[in-house]
Design a protein around this ligand. Structure first.
Ligand SMILES: Cc1cc2nc3c(=O)[nH]c(=O)nc-3n(C[C@H](O)[C@H](O)[C@H](O)COP(=O)(O)OP(=O)(O)OC[C@H]3O[C@@H](n4cnc5c(N)ncnc54)[C@H](O)[C@@H]3O)c2cc1C
Length: 368
């Protein structure tokens, strides 16, 4: 179907929403993005964009500067700083380290070039907007999801992610491996950003108390350092240099059973919120964006196109979300189980990595 003249409202100007808006506008849609925030901005933090996400960015024409490709992941025992294993970059190609704000900025440039208009400071609720197609890309706490898929309550996972950026030390390589330091009921991921000017840190700990779900909760640096004081090696050195830290409580919601209803389609975290332990949430939102636009351009029947979109996306999203959930447990094994896991990793990290190739070599631009 030629999307020319199709009036599309995209709810949410995050990575998923802006990518969907661009993909739909490139096919002729008359696309308007509605974002509740007064400015289009992402938190100061990094993202890993693997080959599957890169394929969509390339197809959309997104140009990113200051991006480096990871050489792989070094797994360390956080308690000693000792290297346990090296997981090579995926066969599909190196994963990029990207600053979130840079990615959103580059997507915005493409969206504007494709004719997308953006309305800021506008929280849009179900029933208050008219369009031929409504794309609900309103994130993990989506208020549109219940209209499409019924009620769904979040469950606190008992895990909290601390996030920080610190200036990189002189000599830091831009394409260095990311590090995953595994501690007891905690882990820390680090990688360089913006041509190695910055180091990105995500530190996850287990907690019994509930913490508010949301991005921008400022954390207490002393509390953060005290909690992760037993991390040695490179992770410990970066932790010691953190001056500002944010907290994010990790919540679980199942992947939606219904991704569309009438003329509304769910996309990105709104359809499949995921824990961050596969670094795939934004990549999957990019994949959704391309497949949705592709599915719509294949038929004049909106319902058939939206059904095709769900069919193409749901199973993959469920599989990736399940992997991330499994890692939540694997990364936090207490001793002595962690010794067994480390022994397995030290001899078989390469083979384990190859078993994940299906995640990274998926090319959403070629699936239909
Ligand atoms: C610690 C951590 C690390 C991560 N690392 C990675 C990684 O390395 N790689 C990766 O691929 N993914 C990663 N992710 C996941 C990734 O951040 C998300 O999956 C991705 O940002 C989801 O994009 P989205 O556009 O679907 O939703 P969001 O980014 O949440 O955007 C939703 C937008 O909608 C707006 N909005 C909400 N409701 C309304 C409304 N009613 N009206 C108007 N606007 C509205 C919001 O203000 C927001 O701008 C990570 C996540 C976390 C927590």
């Amino acid at each position: 179907m030629d999307l020319k003249g199709m009036r599309v409202a995209v709810i949410g100007g995050g990575i998923g929403g802006m990518a969907a808006a661009t993909a739909l506008a490139l096919r002729g849609g008359d696309v308007h993005v509605f974002e509740q925030a007064p400015a289009l901005e992402e938190v100061g933090a990094g993202l890993q964009i693997s080959a599957n996400g890169q394929a969509v960015l390339a197809a959309l024409g997104v140009e990113l500067t200051g991006v480096s490709g990871s050489a792989g992941t070094e797994i360390q025992d956080g308690r000693t700083g000792r290297k346990v294993a090296f997981v090579p970059a995926p066969s599909a190609g190196p994963t990029w380290y990207v600053h979130r704000a840079d990615l959103l900025g580059a997507l915005l440039v493409c969206a504007e070039k494709a004719g997308v208009s953006t309305v800021l400071d506008r929280l849009v609720t179900p029933g208050t907007i008219q369009a031929d197609l409504i794309v609900a890309a309103d994130g993990g706490q989506s208020i549109w999801r219940s209209t499409v898929d019924g009620p769904c309550s979040p469950r606190f996972t008992g895990q909290v992610a601390w996030r920080a950026l610190v200036p990189a030390e002189a000599g830091q390589e831009a394409a260095a491996p990311s590090t995953l330091s595994m501690g007891s009921r905690a882990h820390v991921v680090t990688y360089p950003l913006r041509a190695a000017q910055l180091m990105n840190l995500v530190a996850v700990e287990e907690r019994s108390s509930w913490s508010e779900e949301g991005w921008r909760q400022q954390g207490d640096v002393d509390e953060f350092r005290a909690r992760f004081s037993d991390f040695k090696g490179p992770a410990g050195e970066i932790i010691a240099r953190v001056e500002t830290v944010h907290l994010w409580a990790l919540h679980l919601r199942p992947v939606a059973r219904h991704w569309w209803r009438d003329n509304i389609a769910l996309l990105g975290d709104a359809a499949h919120p995921t824990l961050p332990f596969m670094a795939q949430g934004a990549c999957m939102a990019l994949e959704d964006a391309w497949v949705l636009a592709d599915a719509l351009s294949r038929s004049d029947d909106l319902a058939a196109s939206l059904a095709l979109y769900q069919r193409m996306r749901q199973k993959r999203a469920e599989q990736v979300v399940a992997l991330a959930r499994g890692n939540a447990m694997r990364f936090h094994l207490p001793r002595p189980w962690s010794w067994g896991a480390q022994a397995v990793l030290s001899v078989g990290a390469g083979a384990l990595a190859r078993r994940l190739d299906w995640v990274y070599d998926y090319d959403a631009t070629q699936v239909l």
